[in-house]
Design a protein around this ligand. Structure first.
Ligand code: GAP
Length: 516
């Protein structure tokens, strides 16, 4: 199946099974804003718990906070967001559609990469085991030609970004003959900068109202609380402050479902370190975060690091963790060495001294910061994309069938156990409810009595429930049930009294932490 079709199916599945709904749907929706349904919110909460516990529980020197979304507007002046939190936009005069100029060029680069990958794939099939990819890359004329085009475009693009040269960005789009996907024309406007922050007024009187911003990142709430936490928690450097919360960006191009939203949630860590040690800590956090992703078991080959071409105004090193989505490798998380930029700026703009007295060095300094920043929603999409599978199976009546299954890692699955009475009568329903009453404080259980057992299994597969148990007449006699495993579809007969231990061991977060 084409990857585009996989993605369309995934989006439809998210809606059909109560994971994600378009916001304000009955009013025809609101662009790039989404609501989470009954299963989505459970998965989202589990992702947040996996992140939070891996930061705050597993690191003695990391604590959490929850700062307000509304903050003093000067914070955004100090952080540079008022002046520099921009994306370069370009309009097509014929279709009137707006695009991010940098994204148009990145897509052009991806086209050259695709061409190279296709040549390699073809040759690999042709030569089989004797295929030497390295040699092929170095000698094949078509690969070399596309690689050269890629190198030249990349170098020109990086220079234009670093020089903030918007005319050159437009010239690249023209020279590369990039067309608008809607009108098919190259009738472009100039490239302009567009600030991504939403603003609103706080206060009741027109004169006294204060223009405030909806935070575009949660990080600033951590920076401005650095002193509060360091002092009240008696924290010693190196230490970290973690936060999960909403962020808002007026994205120019909001496509690809929950990949790029206007209201989203971030999980951010600011890790405060001694000046000069930040690049070592940057390397450590890079590895720690990659391990966190790979512990989910979706295949190491589907992740990679991507070095930034243009560093943000606050960073001296930056890397993204990318995952292979159905639409290509894309960023899931950013790791930045933010220097002492933010704390120094807040020190200057607030007039308050923000420093740390290091007893070992017997000196005071503004700490340097390593940040890890991941979008909850993007992580959600990554897990859904990695988990979604369609399998051919033989159904109860011997016919071939397609089973749609979400292979969500059990600790993150919205529902851990479904309890299914074979029929409603003869006391089977009551017995099923008894089992749920016994286990519902340990993990999320769901009761389902409607339709055939086969259909009920399919429904649970479709929401990723790792375990189903069926209650039948034998259950009433010997207190055993049939347990069915989502991934293998194998079944086993076990005592009700064993259920808790069997399931708990698989659905606990400890199972993921053991991989870190
Ligand atoms: N404090 C640093 C920061 O905000 P970022 O690279 O702009 O860095 C970090 O964002 C992460 O937040 C991204 O890797 C992505 O997972 C998520 N993110 C950013 N913009 C988003 C959007 N419009 N919709 C969904 N997630 C977004």
């Amino acid at each position: 199946m084409a990857q585009e079709d996989v993605f369309k199916k995934l989006v439809a599945h998210c809606k059909e099974y109560g994971f994600v709904f378009q916001s304000s749907e009955i009013y025809d929706g609101l662009g790039a804003v989404y609501d989470y349904g009954q299963n989505g919110v459970e998965l989202k909460n589990n992702i947040k718990k996996y992140w939070w516990d891996s930061m705050v529980l597993l690191h003695e020197n990391v604590v959490g906070i929850d700062s307000a979304i509304f903050m003093h507007p000067t914070i955004w002046k100090a952080s540079g967001h008022v002046d520099a939190f921009n994306d370069p936009l370009i309009d097509n005069k014929d279709s009137k559609k707006r695009y991010r100029a940098d994204v148009l060029i990145e897509e052009q680069l991806a086209k050259f990469e695709d061409k190279i990958e296709k040549e390699i794939e073809k040759a690999s099939k042709r030569f089989g085991d004797s295929f030497d990819e390295k040699q092929f890359r170095e000698t094949n004329a078509r690969v070399l030609e596309n690689q050269q085009k890629w190198d030249e475009l990349k170098a020109r693009f990086v220079k234009a970004l670093n020089d903030s040269d918007l005319d050159e960005v437009k010239q690249i789009i023209i020279d590369q003959e990039i067309v608008c996907p809607v009108s098919g024309t190259r009738n472009w406007t100039d490239v302009r900068q567009f600030n991504l922050m939403f603003s609103t007024d706080m206060g009741s009187t027109a004169d006294g109202a204060l223009k405030i911003y909806l935070r575009p990142e949660t990080a600033q709430g951590i920076f401005v609380n650095y002193l509060n936490v360091q002092k009240t928690g008696r924290m010693k450097i190196p230490f970290g402050i973690a936060q999960i919360g909403k962020a808002f960006r007026n994205e120019i191009v909001a496509r690809q479902f929950i990949f790029r939203m206007r209201e989203f949630e971030q999980m951010e860590l600011q890790f405060f370190v001694r000046p000069g040690s930040e690049l070592d800590w940057f390397q450590k956090w890079k590895q720690t975060r990659m391990n966190w992703h790979q512990a989910l078991g979706f295949g190491k080959e589907n992740y990679r690091f991507h070095e930034h071409d243009k560093l943000a105004h606050y960073a001296n090193a930056a890397v993204d963790v990318e995952y292979r989505f159905p639409f290509g490798f894309k960023e899931v998380e950013g790791i930045h060495s933010r220097t002492d930029f933010d704390l120094t700026q807040h020190q200057q703009f607030s007039g308050k001294k923000i420093q740390y007295f290091d007893p070992e060095l017997n000196e005071s300094y503004v700490p340097f910061v390593v940040e890890t920043s991941i979008g909850v929603d993007r992580m959600f999409l990554q897990i859904m994309a990695a988990s979604y599978a369609e399998e051919e199976i033989v159904s109860e009546d011997g016919k071939k069938d397609i089973r749609v299954v979400l292979r969500i890692p059990a600790p993150l699955a919205p529902v851990k156990l479904a309890v299914l009475p074979l029929m409603k009568k003869d006391g089977l329903a009551e017995k099923a409810r008894e089992i749920i009453d016994e286990l519902k404080f340990d993990f999320n259980c769901q009761y389902d009595e409607k339709d055939s057992i086969g259909k009920r299994y399919r429904r649970q597969d479709a929401i990723g429930t790792p375990f189903c148990v069926t209650v039948d007449h034998i259950t009433l006699e010997d207190h055993t049930v049939t347990i069915r495993y989502r991934d293998s579809m194998l079944q086993d007969r076990i005592a009700i009294s064993e259920l808790k231990a069997r399931i708990s061991g698989e659905v606990t977060m400890k199972k993921l932490f053991a991989e870190l």
